[in-house]
Design a protein. Structure first.
Length: 133
């Protein structure tokens, strides 16, 4: 007769969102990636796009790219692994704005070692939805 274990089954681990918000992926950028929520601010869109890069979600990246600057396709194949995001400064980009900028540092590691991509990105709101320009 087999012994019964009193231990409960282990639950799947809850993972932090790659954007560094401190929330779980499902409560943060995962909702935006799944299309069940929209970014309320330019910074939220920036964070969700960083997470999409970290997770390889090209469909989300293309969907949130401004139509005037969106590439026909996006290839994320490569050995770069995104390791952290720092938001340096934001300007505009709230519910009261139609545009905004987000300055950030995106940390990564690739075969050549660690690196940082620094950028100030512009965001525009089209019909209520934020887009990366």
């Amino acid at each position: 007769m087999a012994r019964r274990s009193s231990r409960r089954p282990r639950r799947a681990p809850v993972h932090d969102c790659p954007c560094g918000s401190g929330r779980t992926y499902g409560a943060c950028c995962g909702r935006l990636h799944a299309g069940t929520a929209g970014a309320e601010t330019a910074e939220a869109l920036m964070r969700s796009r960083y997470s999409a890069f970290a997770l390889g979600d090209t469909a989300y990246l293309l969907r949130t790219w401004h139509p005037d600057t969106r590439p026909a396709r996006l290839d994320l194949a490569g050995e770069r692994r995104w390791t952290g995001l720092e938001i340096v400064e934001t300007s505009g980009g709230t519910a009261f704005h139609s545009s905004g900028t987000v300055a950030f540092r995106a940390h990564y590691r690739d075969p050549e070692g660690p690196g940082v991509q620094e950028e100030t990105s512009e965001f525009l709101r089209i019909e209520g939805a934020w887009h990366y320009r």
